[in-house]
Design a protein around this ligand. Structure first.
Ligand SMILES: Cc1cc2nc3c(=O)[nH]c(=O)nc-3n(C[C@H](O)[C@H](O)[C@H](O)COP(=O)(O)OP(=O)(O)OC[C@H]3O[C@@H](n4cnc5c(N)ncnc54)[C@H](O)[C@@H]3O)c2cc1C
Length: 550
């Protein structure tokens, strides 16, 4: 045996699992197809947003949350409706317990901290029993994605120093080995050393091969978001046709290849048609990975128009219901839409997802972060997109703006009068606090929450008021990101075979397991639940495998 356990994938899930195994006194090998510079996988690039329930940060902001409310929101979003949702449901119950229980204190003991203003993501579809967060729950890690990874990389490095953990970078798993039906190793290719920067696509040039043996293997290889062919192949009809044009919210290593390799030993992959892609994607003007897109995390005020210039219907407001918006946009026959907003809105409300787009939070710079609340200008990365981003049109009047939008799309679908009528109608609602425009009501509601009023919601104003200009239009593309289905597992992350029996020696966790059980989110996510899913399922897998290998 080369180790007690082999973990495939040195992303957040793999690091958590490997750290748990080593800390339990077992020997672990952590394999990754990428070089050491890309350790941590997607989590490094993430915003580090975590779903926590009834936290001290929420209480300090006046938010009343509870396990009961979070459970209602989770199941209202998940809408589990399939036979194979048995384990996903059990994972969902366990995960809400974790998020309302030991998640925060477990992380805190390892030095993790969160930013004190709690964000409000996925505000919902307007139904108490339906999709969405009834209250703000999105806790951003102080230090963003790297801050989530830090304790686990530290633990893994300590285990490496003590000889219990060995990293094998540029080791690409191509097959799982079995003996008598038991998974007992990994074989694959050794790729040439790579000097690309973190996150860039690396070469696939093979310089050797390997076979490694262990008593158990944990698959922690991530999802399919970087492989648009697989995304299209699994695209659910209920969301319309798959988009012809998409940009990538994840690096190229999120290639989904390991999923097929694991299926080859009989593993059961469920809910492959459930996925979580965003509709507010913009092309990164300074791309790191192929087709690199960034997600705008919008506040509630931009007006949202489809490709033909018709406003999205209520309650499809910015930040409300990601898949509802995706469904609507795909029903228009075009795979893009538009935000129209003002300089006052962009400077207060636009945030960009990703560690590199938030140098203040990532760099743990209080002074720089405080500027978000003083509202003196948009954060530097947002202004940079406004200047360099190909999806932005900035003009002083509506007529020029619409001409610019038509020139950008090349479709010439937008009519000035059609947009003007809708914007003027909305603007008339601004003078009165008692209004019938549901989006404007939503803005007033957001401003009743101090966190939003401080950093996320501009004072209501007329879009066409030149004092708040210039006018800005942003073309929004579909951005691939998360895979909600995955390998069916029990609560110990042991993988079921297609015959319904556990496959001895095989575990799966993180995005490869639909973040636990094969899809603990069901159809929709409440956000901040993915990193947490990696932590929870990686921990379960690591602990269970360490125990099982004796
Ligand atoms: C920009 C961005 C922002 C995000 N923001 C948030 C957020 O705020 N909150 C949140 O909850 N989630 C967020 N996420 C999602 C979250 O980061 C990911 O879902 C999560 O990190 C996935 O972790 P993982 O370990 O399961 O997979 P990955 O990070 O994809 O790691 C898998 C690893 O396995 C390796 N691998 C794959 N196949 C093989 C093979 N055959 N052989 C060897 N190695 C292999 C890969 O190279 C990779 O290193 C964000 C993601 C991105 C990209």
């Amino acid at each position: 045996m080369d180790a007690d356990v082999i973990v495939v994938g040195a992303g957040l899930t793999g690091l958590v699992a490997a750290a748990e195994i080593a800390d339990a006194g077992k020997r672990v090998l952590l394999l990754d197809q990428e070089g050491e510079q890309s350790i941590g996988g997607q989590a490094f690039w993430s915003l580090g947003g975590l779903f926590l329930v009834d936290s001290p940060e929420q209480r300090r902001m006046g938010v009343k949350d509870s396990h009961e409310l979070a459970r209602q929101d989770w199941f209202g979003s998940a809408q589990f409706d399939r036979d194979e949702d048995y384990w996903p449901r059990r994972w969902a119950e366990a995960y809400v317990d974790f998020a309302a229980g030991e998640k925060r204190s477990w992380l805190r003991e390892m030095g993790h901290r969160v930013f004190p203003i709690v964000g409000w993501a996925e505000r919902g579809d307007g139904r108490a029993e339906g999709h969405g967060n009834s209250v703000p729950r999105f806790h951003i890690t102080w230090g963003t994605g790297p801050g989530v990874l830090e304790p686990f990389e530290r633990r893994a490095r300590e285990a490496q120093a003590s000889g219990r953990l060995a990293f094998k970078f540029r080791h690409r798993a191509d097959a799982l080995t079995t003996t008598g039906g038991r998974v007992d190793g990994v074989s694959g290719a050794i790729l040439d050393a790579s000097t690309v920067r973190r996150g860039e696509a690396s070469s696939r040039h093979v310089i050797g091969d390997f076979t490694l043996r262990a008593q158990a293997v944990i698959v922690a290889s991530g999802g399919i978001g970087g492989n648009h062919d697989l995304v299209r192949q699994n695209w659910p009809k209920r969301l319309g046709d798959a988009p012809k044009y998409m940009i990538s919210g994840v690096p190229a290593h999120v290639d989904g290849r390991m999923l097929g390799i694991t299926e080859a030993v009989g593993a059961r992959l469920i809910n492959r048609d459930r996925m979580w892609h965003y509709v507010e994607g913009i092309k990164n003007w300074s791309a790191i990975w192929p087709m690199h897109g960034i997600r705008i995390l919008p506040g509630p005020s931009p007006m949202w128009f489809d490709a033909t210039g018709t406003r999205l219907p209520a309650p499809l407001f910015p930040g409300s219901d990601t898949l509802g918006q995706l469904h609507y946009i795909m029903s228009t026959g075009y795979d893009y839409s538009w935000f129209v907003l003002t300089q006052s809105i962009i400077k207060k409300e636009f945030a960009l997802s990703g560690s590199e787009q938030n140098p203040d939070l990532t760099g743990k710079d209080w002074l720089m972060t405080a500027r978000r609340a003083t509202n003196k200008g948009a954060p530097g990365p947002v202004e940079a997109f406004k200047t360099h981003g190909v999806d932005f049109v900035v003009r002083d009047n509506l007529s020029d703006l619409v001409a610019g939008m038509n020139a950008l799309s090349g479709d010439n679908l937008l009519k000035l009068e059609h947009l003007r009528l809708q914007i003027e109608a909305r603007d008339r609602e601004i003078a009165n606090p008692f209004v019938k425009d549901a989006q404007v009501m939503n803005i007033h509601n957001a401003r009743r929450y101090i966190g939003d009023r401080l950093t996320r919601t501009a004072k209501p104003h007329r879009i066409l008021d030149p004092a708040h200009g210039p006018l800005i239009a942003v073309r929004l593309n579909i951005l691939t990101r998360k895979t909600l289905g995955g390998f069916e597992t029990d609560l110990d992350s042991r993988v079921f075979g297609r015959d319904g029996q556990i496959i001895p020696g095989l575990y799966a966790a993180g995005e490869a397991a639909g973040f636990g059980g094969g899809g603990m989110h069901g159809y929709r996510s409440l956000e901040g639940t993915f990193l947490g899913g990696c932590l929870f399922s990686g921990r379960n897998a690591g602990r269970a495998a360490a125990k099982a290998v004796g």
